[in-house]
Ligand binder design. Structure first.
Ligand SMILES: C[S@@+](CC[C@H](N)C(=O)[O-])C[C@H]1O[C@@H](n2cnc3c(N)ncnc32)[C@H](O)[C@@H]1O
Length: 307
């Protein structure tokens, strides 16, 4: 949703932005172009490959200090800002384009795709110690089922967890191919004729668990809002309802002056609104974008402005 994000953030020469999810650098590059000659984009990613590629792609921008790259988790935003900018550092915009990049999905060694037989990794970078292999082989059956249910909203979570627990007594589950077979055998055939691959939800759940994606997002939103100057904007593109719910609730909360239960006659929390919501509801990608990139079909964009 690059076009929509750029339109709403509306970067101008000299401004400062944070791209919390560099990936292939599409957003960072587009913002950098708009803030030239003196503006700057601080761009983060957990993925060493994304940073190495961006290092080559943005050689000139990095040399001219229009782009600063950081190999970091966006939940550490406050620390990253402190390390890279003298205080008080306030920004004109922060963007989150959540989830995994096309490059990560297509990299056959990473284990994100159920269409490529690969080791069960699924981590965004080497700093993420957990792997899908560890989860699948080490977790108790009920804990596995909970991950599939909570993070994948998988209807057959318990059945799949039971099938995994049975199979791993025979052999260790180390590849995406093995896992896909187990999932496909556990889901009743009549539920496998839908549009999505039967392993989609379990793979999503494992990826979210390995990278602690929802918790990272929850931790990153407050410092992201604090980093904005009045009038600065925060934009978040999510790809599934769990992420979108976190963004929606946080924006709504930060747009209210008091968070006390309605039964209290007087405000005790003292909370003051810090955001004005710009996108009423969510923005969805244009049809052309979905045709060009089917992965964009589930994208939801929310934007809010710092008061
Ligand atoms: C959808 S891609 C971003 C694509 C990017 N907007 C572009 O234009 O190419 C998401 C990226 O965010 C990174 N990422 C996910 N969670 C992260 C986190 N907690 N901290 C930093 N980077 C993260 C992933 O490694 C991935 O490269």
């Amino acid at each position: 949703m690059l076009k929509e994000v750029i339109e709403l953030l509306d970067p101008k020469p000299g401004q400062k932005f944070i791209d919390s999810t560099l990936g292939g650098g599409g957003y960072a590059g587009a913002i950098a172009k708009r803030v030239l000659p003196d503006g700057v984009v601080l761009a983060l990613d957990l993925d060493e490959l994304a940073l190495a590629n961006a290092g080559r792609k943005f050689k000139n921008e990095i040399k001219n200090k229009n782009i600063i790259l950081a190999h970091e988790n966006f939940k550490n935003l406050q620390k990253i800002i402190k390390e890279n900018f003298p205080p008080p550092a306030l920004f004109d915009g922060v963007v989150f384009d959540l989830g995994l990049s096309s490059a990560q999905l297509q990299d056959r060694l990473r284990g994100f795709s159920f269409n490529l037989d690969a080791p069960l990794g699924m981590n965004f970078g080497s700093g993420v110690r957990l792997t899908a292999e560890k989860i699948v082989n080490d977790l108790e059956e009920p804990a596995l089922a909970k991950i599939f249910k909570d993070y994948g909203e998988e209807r057959f979570a318990s059945k799949i967890a039971r099938a995994i627990a049975r199979q791993r007594q025979i052999e260790k589950i180390t590849t995406t191919g093995q896992l896909v077979k187990i999932i496909s055998a556990a889901i009743p055939a009549r539920f496998q004729r839908g549009k999505i691959h039967p392993a989609t939800k379990v793979f999503q759940a494992l990826r979210l668990a390995v990278n602690d994606e929802l918790e990272n997002l929850r931790e990153a939103l407050p410092p992201a809002v604090s980093a904005l100057k009045p009038g600065g904007k925060i934009a978040a593109v999510s790809y599934h309802s769990l992420e979108d719910r976190i963004v929606k609730r946080y924006f709504r909360e930060e747009a209210k002056d008091c968070l006390c239960p309605p039964a209290l006659p007087l405000c005790r929390c003292g909370h003051k609104a810090r955001l004005k919501i710009i996108t009423s509801g969510v923005l969805r990608p244009a049809e052309e974008e979905v045709l060009a990139n089917p992965r964009a079909r589930s994208a939801k964009l929310r934007v809010a402005e710092r008061i």
